[in-house]
Design a protein around this ligand. Structure first.
Ligand code: AMP
Length: 395
């Protein structure tokens, strides 16, 4: 990575603003999954142990620019205290009197978490005055929130972009995300296979385009596959299909041919006569008849995709193979997760639904890397520069 990290700067005695991703699910004031908090612990512990005065900031949910007790970050401060085994202070505002006092009172090694950034609409608007206020009393900025690194918000980019904080470096989480995914894209062990799924081709055109320059095989499942199947002249019944993207899908298939990238689509599908878990269902090979829709890949496709995974040395996966929220149509997604759990290849899970599937099935420990950012990892795989990384100091 060509960006400085916390290890490249002297943090002792410095007041350091650290953007973390504490956007955790909370039910009745209790955090139901603290993975994201845990993910930020190495950077926070390093800073604290090395004498920094740590000011943490994050967003939580979508409070729409107003204070809403439902979205307070207070439980996150308590959870972090448990992980670190030391007190983490909490300021009940972001740029107000409490935050100012809390920053000023910090001693070397102390940690305070500010209240939810998105209680201010200026955060997402990347408002200059808000960036200035957030930077008050701050000597150094650390971004460790990969999940929001694709956004140019005040706390993810603005404070450094506008020059309010001159020293801006990456935390360990961002460093790891970029090292693993960047490594796979630039110097993959081959064969390099990418698996894409999910609802829409239109969301992933950039990713497909970029991956076709890098991979040896591209596997497409989920509803996305039906637009490609139609582009090949196959009928897809009433499956989700983007008719205005069929031409583009044909061009992408052509590009794969030219680049000699193996392009794998489902050869069979689990189809239903309605969009429901308990709809009538059967397996259709090839075409999907009228009145039926594909909601998952079929067993032959599972075998085809699993074999490709078995032969690979690097695999990147983003997006489910079917409507995995319906138990009866989750088999394809589960099978891909299982195939990934069994290979010795470098396995990278691109956040979102695929990360959730892998974790729920208990395979998380078997993967090389599970990205903490769905949107951010997609933009990275698309080859775009992430604003939350671009704003950091070069090495
Ligand atoms: P995305 O956000 O684009 O990754 O899409 C994820 C969503 O795609 C999930 O909610 C899935 O239920 C949905 N999906 C996957 N396959 C299908 C399908 N065959 N038909 C309808 N929706 C699907």
């Amino acid at each position: 990575m060509n960006k400085k990290t916390v290890k490249d700067v002297n943090v002792k005695g410095k007041t350091v603003l650290v953007r973390v991703d504490f956007n955790v699910p909370i039910k009745d004031g209790v955090i139901t999954d603290a993975t994201r908090i845990e993910g930020a612990v190495p950077t926070i512990r390093y800073l604290s142990n090395n004498g920094a005065r740590v000011v943490l900031c994050s967003h939580l949910g979508r409070p729409k620019g107003e204070f809403n007790p439902k979205y307070t970050l207070k439980p996150a401060a308590e959870k972090l205290s448990e992980y670190l085994g030391k007190k983490v202070g909490f300021a009940a505002d972001v740029i107000g009197a409490e935050a100012k006092a809390a920053k000023a009172a910090l001693k070397d090694g102390d940690i305070v978490l500010l209240e939810n950034l998105r209680f201010h609409k200026e955060e997402e608007a990347n408002d200059k005055d808000f960036c200035k206020a957030l930077s008050e009393g701050i000597d150094m900025y650390v971004n460790d929130a990969f999940g929001t690194a694709h956004r140019a918000h005040a706390s993810t980019a603005g404070v450094s972009q506008y020059g309010f904080v001159k020293t801006a470096v990456a935390g360990f989480l961002i460093e790891k995300e970029l090292a693993v995914m960047g490594g796979a894209l630039e110097t993959p062990k081959r064969p390099f296979v990418a698996i894409l799924g999910g609802a829409k081709v239109s969301d992933k055109i950039g990713v497909i385009n970029n991956l076709l320059e890098k991979v040896d095989a591209l596997i497409i499942g989920g509803a996305m596959a039906y637009t490609f199947m139609k582009a090949q002249g196959r009928s897809v019944g009433s499956s989700l299909c983007e008719n205005d993207k069929i031409e583009l899908a044909a061009e992408l298939i052509k590009k794969a041919e030219i680049k000699k990238v193996k392009f794998l689509l489902p050869v069979d599908n689990k189809i239903a006569d309605a969009f429901a878990n308990d709809a009538n269902q059967k397996i259709a090979e090839g075409n999907i008849p009228d009145g039926w829709q594909g909601l998952d890949i079929g067993p032959k496709s599972v075998k085809l995709f699993s074999d490709a995974i078995k032969d690979a040395k690097t695999v990147i996966w983003n997006g489910p193979m079917g409507v995995f929220e319906f138990e009866n149509f989750a088999a394809g997604t589960k099978a891909v997760a299982e195939a990934l759990s069994k290979t010795d290849a470098v396995t990278i899970i691109g956040g979102g639904d695929s990360a959730a599937a892998v974790t729920q099935l208990g395979y998380a420990g078997k993967m090389t890397h599970i990205s903490t950012g769905g949107g951010a990892s997609l933009e990275f795989l698309e080859g775009l520069e992430l604003p939350g990384v671009a704003c950091l100091n070069d090495k």
